[in-house]
Design a binder for this molecule. Sequence first.
Ligand SMILES: CC(C)(COP(=O)(O)OP(=O)(O)OC[C@H]1O[C@@H](n2cnc3c(N)ncnc32)[C@H](O)[C@@H]1OP(=O)(O)O)[C@@H](O)C(=O)NCCC(=O)NCCS
Length: 389
Amino acid sequence: MHNTEVSTVSVQEDIRQLGEILRQCFNMPASYWPVYAERLGAENLRVVRRAGQIAGGLGIYRMGQWFGGKSLPMAGLAAVGVAPEHRGTGVAATLLAQTLEELHSEGVPVSGLYASTQNLYRKVGYEQAGHLCRFSVPASSLIPGEHGLSMEPVNPARHEVFHLLYTERARATNGNLDRNRAVWERLVLPKDTDDVRAYLLGPTDQPEGYLIYSQQTTGSILRVWDLTALTPAAMHRIWTFFADHRSLVDEVVWPGPVCEPFLTILPEQTYRIVHLERWMLRIVDVPGALSRRGYPVGVEAELHLEVRDDLLAANRGRFVLKVSEGQSKVIAGGRGEMQLSVRGLVPLYTGLQTPYQLQSTGHLDATPAALASAARLFSGPEPWMSDHF
Ligand SMILES: CC(C)(COP(=O)(O)OP(=O)(O)OC[C@H]1O[C@@H](n2cnc3c(N)ncnc32)[C@H](O)[C@@H]1OP(=O)(O)O)[C@@H](O)C(=O)NCCC(=O)NCCS
C-alpha cells in the first residue's frame, strides 16, 4: 500500500473528520464523539490516509491487564473504522499493522480488543483470549438474606473510592483490566443511560465491596455495570439488595466470569447466560509479555519455545522462559520444544485453553515434557473481564 499512511492527529480538523467516519461506522450520536475523543486523549487517536485523504482510524486505550497477579501495560484498540467507500482494499489491515509496529517500538507487551470480525484481527496476530460474560436471573428467584452489612450510596462520578477494591479483585484474576480513567468513566457515565447508581458495602473507612448499576424501566431490568465483593458478607449483602428489588424488577443482569462463584449460592439454577463473547489479545512483545506476567506461586519450570510471527520480526525464533523462586526471565535460544505461531501463544498465555487443547486444535506442536511445563506455568483462574471498550 504505497499511498496508505498511518499517523497521529495533528490538527482539530483531523479529529473532526475521523469523528465523522467513526460516527458513520458505529452509529455514534454526534454529541458522543467529543466525549469519546477527550476520554481517549488526542494523542491516542490514529488516522489512516489514502492518497492524502482520511479514510479511517482507531483509538488506543492506554491501560494495563492482570495476568498471574501482575499488571502489565496493555494497549486496548477500539473504534477501528474505515469509511465505506474505502473498504475492502486493505486500509484496516495497514492501519492495524502499522499501529502494532508502533506499539512494539514503544515496548508495549500486549494489545487487546473486541472484534466485530475476527478474520481482520487474526491476520495481524490477535487471537481469542478470554470471556466477557453476562448472566441474568429472575429477581423472583432470589431469596433475601442478611441485611447486617451497611450499604452507603455514593456518587458514581467519585469512582476513585472503588479503585483499591477493584484492584484487589482484579489482581486475583487473569484478564481483568487495570483500568484507566477512560474505562472508569465509560462505566460510571455510560452513553445510553444517565441513571447510574453506586453503593459502597461495609464501613466507609474499611469497605468490603461496591456495586454500580442502573435500574432500567424497559424490561424492568436491574443492570449491573460492575460489582466487587471481597468478603462473603459483601457477596451475600449484594444479593440480598437485589432480592429486595423483586417487587418491581423482573431480572437482574450482571457481568462475571463464566465460572461465576455466585451461582454456587443461588437457591436454584434459575440463571441463564445472556451474553458470551471472547475478547482478543495480541502478544506484541513476546519476551516482554512472558517475563512481565506473574506465574503460579511455587512453580519451577522452563519452557523452550519457537515462535512464528509474520508481522513483528523481533518475536520470531527461539526463546526460553525460566520461572524460578517467583522470578521469571526470557532468554533467546533454546531447544524450541514447543512450536507455535504468535496467535497460538495467546490462549496459552491467558489460560483460556490448556496446552493439550491447543495441541488438539493444531495451534501448537510440542513434546510431552514441554506440554507438561506449559500446563504448570499457565494454569490459573479463567481469563475474563467485565469491561467492554
Ligand atoms: C471492519 C472494517 C474496519 C474493515 O476495513 P477494511 O479496510 O475493509 O478491511 P481490509 O480491506 O483491510 O481487510 C483486511 C482483512 O479483513 C477481512 N475483513 C474485512 N472486513 C471484514 C468483514 N466484515 N468480515 C470478515 N472479514 C473482513 C478482509 O477480508 C481482509 O482479509 P483478506 O485479505 O483475507 O480478504 C470496516 O469494514 C469497517 O469499518 N466496518 C464498520 C466498523 C467495524 O465493524 N469495525 C470493527 C470494529 S471491531
